[in-house]
Design a protein. Sequence first.
Length: 316
Amino acid sequence: MTNMPLTLYLAAPRGFCAGVDRAIKIVEMALEKWGAPVFVRHEIVHNKFVVDGLRDKGAVFVEELSECPDDRPVIFSAHGVPKSVPSAAQARNMIYVDATCPLVSKVHIEAQRHADAGLQIIMIGHAGHPETIGTMGQLPDGDVLLVETPDDVANVTVRDEAQLAYVTQTTLSVDDTADIVAALQARFPAIIGPHKEDICYATTNRQEAVKAMAPKCDAMLVVGAPNSSNSKRLVEVGARAGCAYAQLVQRADDIDWRALEGIGSIGITAGASAPEVLINEVIDAFKARYDVTTELVETAQENVEFKVPRVLRQPA
């Protein structure tokens, strides 16, 4: 029996971004420099396969700094941390390495700059996400107000409507964020925004590739973790761009084959913390079941690279 034909559209860019690449490299270099164990506060990036691989090499993942001993290095995740965390590490004379993505750090600096100018900050983000907690934690409690939807904008209470600025989480839906910004500008005409939008290049590029791919596909799979904001946004963007079935999967084992019965085309992409090996695993699963023709849907090329902190480039 011959396999049914299937056109597999592969989004580009997809998968790892420069910030994720750098964060993983930081943990690996820290293990080389100081040996195991090296402690990591929060998942270094939101991907179980990546975290498990680093754990096997000697990384110990914890939620809070209080779980780390004083005499071992600790790394802060790519999502960023509140200012209180490095301060606590300094107070304990710990060796620490900050793996915060430089594009998240840019938002932190921006928030501080606005606060120094006497502005109250409104952050567009998801409550409870580590990046949101880290950005809001750059300033004293109450100095940053969180909005998640345009409806939230109507209910937010500010100190002075003429003294406001906004920042955003870097991994949001570009379109959803534009709606919230429009609501902020309508209610607070004097509000100041970033010189260049905070949503990072990788999030934007992956969403654009999905928008181009979605109308061609009967179904779409996003390889990524359920706690990965940018991966979940790709599913939403795909569905909104005209793909009848869009689903998040961590591994090939998670594919719901019954939901895909009768399809003639599938789109595949991956969130910024999903490694290529998992994307290939999903592609191979389709090749085992279908007569696959692969087409690349490329909307941008990425050549961004971020340096690791100097402390890791110096000998122990």
